[in-house]
Design a protein around this ligand. Structure first.
Ligand SMILES: NC(=O)c1ccc[n+]([C@@H]2O[C@H](COP(=O)([O-])OP(=O)(O)OC[C@H]3O[C@@H](n4cnc5c(N)ncnc54)[C@H](O)[C@@H]3O)[C@@H](O)[C@H]2O)c1
Length: 377
């Protein structure tokens, strides 16, 4: 026990490097730069290369990690033998092509959310994964944030009893994002870009989804930015086993963060309820005597998740999922959310988009069949 162990915020030191580490090459160095830095928190994975079309992005990463290989050409990164895992953080519409190229170069892949945003890309990545035998982890960051990990552990211990209803939202005003990344208004839909978080969370607990019924509306903010689709979604979901889910997304709102965190997951079980929040770091749950308990780890873990800023980028979640994937690769074990699970979640998002656009409920299973996936994953 050293001096730093006594100080709040130093209870989870960065671990020493393991004997065998997986080399990670990162493509797309805006959000991906977070992973290059976040990899310092990993034991079984290390950064080896970075790739971006924009010389300014390459330069910014080179300043922080001068020891790595940098290129603007994805083929050059794919040709490096020390790159064992390609981590993809390019705009959503490019994920499908980049995943297939990485698989075909013999690499395993981490792809940020959303895995893909079209039926054609969903079919292509699934086929390429089967053809090459390579593995993929979907970077669903929220699952790997501290309160969501604690909530999951309690659920797996059976603390909630039988889960009956899962309720998740992701609410975030996005004018700054449209200015930074115009493709977000032009080339995708919030059913994929934003709802990928709450839909993944609900599916994580309910398993395969049978049917969705969604409504959508374009906010004033969305109209100002010439949005192609809608940016307000309300969704009801029914799982194959009959349990229920609800998902909400709003990307043009005035935020009230102390009333509603950006992302929240409520679980209602037969013996208790629980709630996990991002980006405050609170986990609330029913104790055995019925009391409400709140665990707040923001100040204990801000060094891990936010690089010691109070709130910041996704360093901790990206490190947590990369460590989990590297461990799974080194030990030959499964890791979730896998390629198949990501494709299934994509089909739920596509059903949501169609339901809001066309009106009425949509069954998910015809979409699964169309992309080449059938059954629970
Ligand atoms: N919580 C999360 O996990 C989280 C948060 C934010 C964004 N994202 C996802 O991360 C991805 C990137 O988002 P962002 O905000 O960083 O977008 P961005 O537009 O800021 O950055 C994308 C980067 O990719 C680079 N790029 C584009 N095509 C490329 C190519 N062919 N080769 C190499 N580089 C290329 C661009 O130059 C740019 O620097 C998106 O898919 C987004 O949905 C995930």
């Amino acid at each position: 026990m050293g001096f730093l162990d006594e100080i709040p915020g130093h209870r989870r030191p960065f671990p020493p490097p393991a004997e065998k580490q997986v080399g990670v090459g990162v493509v797309g160095l805006h959000e991906g730069r977070t992973l290059l830095i976040g990899l310092e928190r990993c034991s079984r994975a290390r950064a080896v290369a970075g790739c971006d079309l924009d010389p300014a992005k390459l330069e910014a990463s080179r300043k922080e990690r001068p020891d790595l290989f940098y290129t603007s050409d994805l083929n050059q990164l794919l040709a490096r033998p020390e790159v064992e895992v390609v981590a993809i953080y390019t705009p959503d519409a490019e994920h499908g092509e980049h995943i297939v190229r990485a698989f075909e170069a013999g690499k395993d892949v981490i792809c940020t959310k959303p895995l893909v945003s079209s039926m054609a890309d969903a079919a292509a990545v699934l086929a390429a994964g089967r053809r090459t035998g390579r593995r993929l982890l979907v970077g669903q960051s929220t699952r790997f944030f501290e309160p969501f990990q604690r909530q999951r552990a309690a659920f797996e211990r059976g603390d909630l009893g039988r889960l009956e209803l899962a309720d998740a939202h992701y609410m975030h005003r996005m004018d700054w994002y449209y200015r930074k990344s115009p493709w977000a208004a032009r080339d995708t839909d919030w059913a994929f870009l934003g709802l990928s978080h709450p839909i993944d969370l609900v599916r994580w607990y309910l398993g395969s989804v049978e049917e969705v019924h969604a409504f959508g509306l374009c906010s004033h903010l969305g109209q100002d930015f010439g949005l192609q689709g809608v940016d307000i979604y309300t969704v009801n979901l029914r799982a194959v086993d009959g349990r229920l889910g609800r998902v909400l997304g709003h990307y043009g709102l005035e935020e009230l963060p102390s009333a509603r965190n950006a992302i929240e997951l409520m679980l209602y079980g037969s013996r208790g309820s629980s709630q996990a929040q991002y980006h405050d770091m609170r986990y609330r749950y029913t104790a055995a005597d019925g009391s409400e308990i709140c665990e707040d780890s923001l100040y204990a873990l801000r060094h891990w998740h936010f690089n010691s800023e109070v709130h910041g980028m996704h360093y901790g979640e990206f490190a947590n999922y990369t460590e989990a994937f590297a461990t799974a690769l080194l030990e030959g074990k499964p890791c979730s959310p896998s390629l198949e699970e990501g494709v299934e979640s994509f089909c739920v998002m596509e059903a949501v988009r169609r339901s809001a656009k066309e009106g009425g409920p949509i069954s998910v299973s015809p979409l699964l069949e169309e992309v080449g996936l059938k059954g629970d994953s």
